[in-house]
Design a protein around this ligand. Structure first.
Ligand code: SF4
Ligand code: SF4
Length: 383
């Protein structure tokens, strides 16, 4: 969300503020590929080439470089490379090197599970501004159960150490599902050893191309389990999961927040991305962020970037409206990951609250009350 403490003595805040005021692009996510070295049960994008074929084709290095020049001319400074696993994109090394030479500030989002010597070499020569690494467990056994790679953790830990050795800032996320939730203490210990904080990701949505392509909806935590994982320290994960059964019973009193009969004026529901960000997907379509794939996407490789940007901004005036139910909801203050993109992912409409979110926020409040801990953590906001 756009509520942020601005410090106009900081050049980055000033640039961001100017981009917002002018509604000009500053940050762009390039989702290079649907391919991945891991095969996670809950993945929202990984596909085989045959599964992906009906949805388009990956863009070539030359096409991405041409798009990067258009982004450069439009004023984009920050690029986030993601996937799938972006380093599995054919031609990654050449593309990454050229993007680095153009001067973009590059963030690499990665599972850090399969770097060739060439990839490490290019990161050494052109260190990214930062790296976001997602963890899927605290042991090789759990990595095998979640990602299919029985040596997954060893590889990931080695590559985190590599990034630290070349002084690249590393951010860690732990994606939590039924198959790895009991590893929370091990993950916490691992992150302590790295001396790095981590963010819990318990908000899992379905595969974006076909529900048949992953087990996301079967292996995600229930709203009660999510609330307990958020409220209990990692070392008490056993108690947290036991408590989830009891907490679930509170849902008997839960009612979906409803829109009022009398319609108040609609409120903008704008995040920073909706003013100054965009995402270009592996098949060349473009939306405001990764979550908005499929919502009136533009086609920058066909129209040129500036025309696609204008189309996107015009669509957003309709999409980024806070639902009336949320506008009057008493839980809204605790509901941090409720943006247009998240609603679109959960319900297929940016204007519909997702019951999975609402139940979680409701139970989080009850969980904090039961533990007499009003300061227990909230869900991670959209980043
Ligand atoms: S969740 Fe990430 S690491 Fe796992 S298969 Fe999907 S893209 Fe790969
Ligand atoms: S999404 Fe959040 S703010 Fe909207 S109705 Fe549900 S709990 Fe309330």
């Amino acid at each position: 969300m756009i509520e942020k403490t601005w410090d106009l003595n900081r050049i980055t805040d000033r640039i961001q503020m100017q981009a917002i005021q002018r509604r000009r692009p500053l940050s762009c996510t390039l989702e290079l590929t649907y391919r991945c070295n891991f095969h996670c049960r809950m993945c929202y994008i990984r596909m085989t080439d045959a599964q992906a074929a009906p949805f388009g084709r990956m863009r070539t290095v030359e096409e991405w470089l041409d798009m990067a020049r258009q982004l450069f001319d439009a004023g984009v400074l920050n690029l986030t490379l993601t996937g799938g696993e972006c380093t599995q994109y054919p031609g990654f090394v050449r593309l990454y090197e050229q993007l680095s030479k153009m001067g973009f500030r590059i963030t690499v989002m990665s599972n850090a599970g399969a770097y060739s010597d060439e990839i490490r070499d290019v990161f050494r020569r052109y260190p990214p501004s930062s790296v976001g690494v997602t963890l899927y467990g605290g042991s090789n056994e759990t990595y095998a159960a979640v990602t299919g790679d029985p040596k997954g953790l060893d590889k990931v830990a080695e590559n985190i150490r590599f990034f630290r050795s070349i002084r690249v800032p590393v951010g860690l996320n732990f994606t939590v599902i039924r198959q790895n939730v009991s590893d929370h203490p091990k993950v916490a210990k691992l992150c302590r050893e790295f001396d790095l904080p981590y963010t819990l990701i318990t908000d899992i949505t379905g595969h974006r191309y076909s529900a048949d392509y992953s087990e996301a909806m079967m292996c995600r935590l229930s709203p009660a389990e999510r609330a307990c994982v958020a409220c209990y320290p990692p070392e008490e994960i056993g108690s947290a999961m036991e408590e989830a059964g009891e907490l679930e019973k509170e849902l008997v009193h839960f009612r979906m927040p409803a829109a009022p009969a009398e319609t108040p004026p609609s409120a903008k529901d704008a995040c920073i991305g909706s003013f100054s960000g965009c995402a270009i997907y592996w098949n060349g379509e473009m939306g405001t962020c990764i979550s908005m794939r499929g919502y009136h996407n533009a086609k920058p490789f066909e129209t040129g970037f500036e025309a696609a940007w204008a189309q996107l901004k015009a669509e957003e005036d309709k999409a980024f409206i806070r639902p009336l139910a949320c506008a009057v909801c008493g839980m809204a203050i605790d509901c941090l990951h409720n943006c247009a993109g998240r609603r679109f992912e959960g319900t297929g409409s940016p204007g519909e609250p997702d019951p999975y979110t609402c139940q979680y926020v409701y139970l989080l409040k009850h969980c904090k009350k039961r533990r007499n801990d009003p300061d227990a953590p909230k869900a991670a906001p959209c980043s």
